[in-house]
Design a binder for this molecule. Structure first.
Ligand code: MTE
Ligand code: CO
Length: 419
């Protein structure tokens, strides 16, 4: 495919759309003579930067549009707000550190690791305080997990709202964490027999707290200090955050400073007025911790239209489940009349993002694209109608309904709802 000869994806897109969308086929012969072949480009004629010019690397300037973005009208102030992962620009399963969406309630805490402590107190035999150096002396593990905010797709409950998977589904990232199993730290402190819950607390000005059952804490939680091999970014909780695999992002306390052990849940703000799901009958579901299986087509999508006319087309997307792996994703091109099994590619880890592809021959006609995830427990991602039937329309959190993109003859995609 020869889109590479265009000055940039964005320039190409603007040009193509301005020209009325009559883009040449995907296997165009090069112009003769093609200046991209016949002309000497600057980078062919001059020496580039030396090895001392970029001690910490950043992406090519041609990728400057690949950034987290926020939606200004969503929140009153950016310090208690969210930005979104540009899912339509990514491939594979790992989210680069600089593109992991951020959600914080009191801005980014700039913690000095030398002045940071992690305390374990409450119903333990021996209250303990760890420095970062102390934490480094416990055995570590490396595991890949997705973190999805429970409010991801929350704006989409009552109908199609935001035009782009970055905004509809971008409150998720998928990272390899290095950290100490929380179980080892709790065992060091000695949990008393009546210790049934933990309450992790953040060192930021929001002092975020959540109640987590001791079974989960002892099972697979990590006290993590590395993401994708390097130190956590300040945005993600530097120097240390809690990893709560498969469970809603709010519980993954950043800038982790204290873990209290108790005999019952604390019912703090983030598990009462927030992060509960108000049903139609006025009763709220609580402790809805696990993230249900979900998927989204990232390309094509509103921010990533099809840039060629009919012919071979690559559809791709991501899927995940808080209960296990994703052995299968189905996709439809016609709004659910016919489903096809997508091709999974890349490692399949428990409670991690999975990548799927579906290559097809586009006939140049409009498409109604959907994807449907199946997880390893046999659960199948529901339609939004099926979800609303059970949960009503008051909800914000835990919207894992099937997303639809309408693609027109010009390859442009739009967020729509049909089921
Ligand atoms: N931890 C602290 N200390 N303060 C916060 O504001 N936000 C929570 C959680 N942990 C938060 C926090 C929410 S709602 C989510 S979705 C995740 O962090 C977001 O993690 P991220 O910023 O790495 O994407
Ligand atoms: Co959140």
């Amino acid at each position: 495919m020869s889109n590479d000869s265009a000055p940039s994806r964005r320039g190409f897109l603007t040009g193509a759309l301005a020209a009325g969308g009559a883009i040449a086929g995907s296997r165009v012969a090069a112009q003769t003579p093609d200046p991209a072949i016949t002309e000497l480009q600057p980078w062919m004629q001059y020496l580039g930067d030396g090895v001392d010019a970029r001690p910490y690397g950043t992406p090519s300037k041609h990728e400057a549009h690949v950034i987290r973005r926020n939606v200004e009208w969503l929140t009153a102030d950016p310090v208690s707000s969210v930005n979104f992962t540009p899912l339509h620009e990514l491939d594979g399963i790992i989210t680069p550190n600089g593109l992991c969406f951020e959600r914080h309630h009191a801005g980014i805490a700039e913690v000095d690791p030398a002045a940071h402590r992690l305390m374990i107190n409450g119903l333990v035999d021996k209250p303990l305080v760890f420095t970062m150096q102390d934490l480094m002396r416990f055995p570590r593990e490396n595991r890949v997990y997705f973190l999805e905010c429970a409010a991801n797709s929350g704006m989409e409950w009552a109908g199609a709202q935001l035009n782009g998977c970055q905004y509809t589904h971008g409150m998720i990232h998928n990272v390899m964490y290095t950290g100490v199993p929380l179980r080892l730290l709790l065992e060091e402190a000695g949990v008393k027999t009546n210790g049934k819950w933990i309450m992790p607390e953040g060192a930021d000005a929001s002092a975020m707290t959540r109640s987590i059952p001791i079974e989960k804490a002892m099972d697979d939680c990590l006290v993590a200090f590395k993401m994708n091999g390097e130190a956590l970014r300040p945005e993600q909780g530097y120097p240390v955050r809690l990893v709560v695999p498969g469970w809603e992002g709010n519980m993954w306390i950043k800038w982790l400073r204290r873990i209290e052990v108790g005999d019952q849940p604390w019912h703090h703000r983030e598990e009462t007025s927030k992060y509960t799901d108000l049903l139609d009958n006025g009763i709220a579901r609580r402790f809805t911790w696990e993230m249900d299986a979900k998927s989204v087509i990232t390309n094509p999508s509103p921010q990533a239209p099809i840039l060629h006319s009919k012919g071979p087309t690559v559809l791709t997307g991501v899927a995940w489940s808080g209960r296990g792996t994703i052995p299968r994703v189905d996709v439809t091109l016609d709004g659910g009349k016919n489903w096809h099994q997508a091709r999974m590619s890349g490692p399949s880890f428990d409670k991690s993002m999975h990548r799927f592809y579906f290559e097809f021959d586009w006939d140049g006609k409009p498409l109604l694209l959907q994807s449907r995830a199946h997880d390893s427990t046999g659960y199948v991602q529901p339609t939004k109608d099926e979800l609303r039937e059970i949960r009503g329309e008051n909800s914000i959190y835990h919207n894992n309904g099937i997303q639809t993109w309408h693609v027109n003859e010009r390859g442009e995609a739009e967020n729509v709802e049909i089921s």
